[in-house]
Design a binder for this molecule. Structure first.
Ligand code: SAM
Ligand code: CA
Length: 232
């Protein structure tokens, strides 16, 4: 069994394996597969976006004709490369991460795939980058899509800023919103390293469910992915 398969939320590993083997891996673009394999032995490989969630994300990017996107949390670049492969040749991604070293693991594969020119990687905390974008009025409502996959305590801060940057009808996706299934477990049963972010995720899920500026769907793919569509 490949390492990625341990990450699913489904009760049956066999069922998750079935989904991956029958409908995800056979259609996974070759560069993404290479990136997944290049990441598999990295100590933090579990951070990589789950391929089943990635497959849906690729389809959503195409459904909204995404051309200008934001990515918060790059790691080795699975979701970044997926986005770069899904948008047109003149599309642009502003990608931010505090760690350039991990981005550089995936960079040769991104280069080989011929999509590096679409990526503006910024090594930085994400919040100040978003705030800087917002200083220029022209950026308001100019993005089609954003993927958020970084520090969970800032999810709401990212949401408020992205709601200004993403256009009405555009999508914002928040990853890991079921946090390994711990959102329904009693706090004392959750391992210490997961406990703090679990609290932020629970709070985020509660708050976003009452946010009428977006339509939402919390999909149980990968580690849970909340898809938000800006409606006003
Ligand atoms: N989307 C990536 C993928 O598909 O491989 C996985 C991202 S990983 C779960 C989270 C990343 O967020 C890490 O690379 C980490 O360095 C970055 N990160 C954490 N806090 C951050 C912050 N405040 N601003 C920007 N990046 C941050
Ligand atoms: Ca994630």
């Amino acid at each position: 069994m490949e390492k990625t398969m341990r990450k699913g939320l489904l009760q049956s590993i066999d069922l998750y394996e079935y989904i991956l083997e029958t409908s995800v891996y056979p259609r996974e673009p070759a560069p993404l597969k290479q990136l997944r394999i290049a990441t598999a032995n990295h100590p933090w490989f579990v951070m990589s976006t789950a391929p089943d969630a990635g497959q849906l994300m690729g389809m959503l990017l195409k459904l909204v004709n995404a051309k200008k996107t934001i990515e918060i949390g790059v790691y080795t670049g699975y979701s970044l490369l997926l986005t770069a492969l899904s948008i047109p040749d003149d599309g642009k991604i502003i990608a931010m991460d505090i760690n350039r070293e991990t981005y550089e693991i995936g960079l040769p594969i991104i280069r080989k795939a011929g999509v590096e020119h679409k990526i503006n990687f910024i090594e930085s905390q994400a919040l100040p980058v978003l705030d800087k974008l917002l200083q220029n009025k022209e950026n308001e409502g100019s993005f089609d899509f954003a993927f958020v996959d970084a520090d969970k305590d800032n999810y709401w801060n990212y949401h408020e800023r992205l709601l200004k940057l993403v256009k009405v009808g555009g999508l914002i996706i928040f990853d890991n919103t079921l946090w390994g299934g711990t959102v329904t477990q009693p706090e004392e049963a959750v391992s210490e390293h997961r406990r703090v972010s679990r609290g932020f995720i629970i709070e985020f899920n509660k708050t976003i469910s009452t946010d009428h500026r977006v339509e939402i769907s919390l999909t149980p793919l990968g580690d849970g992915m909340t898809i938000c569509r800006r409606i006003c």
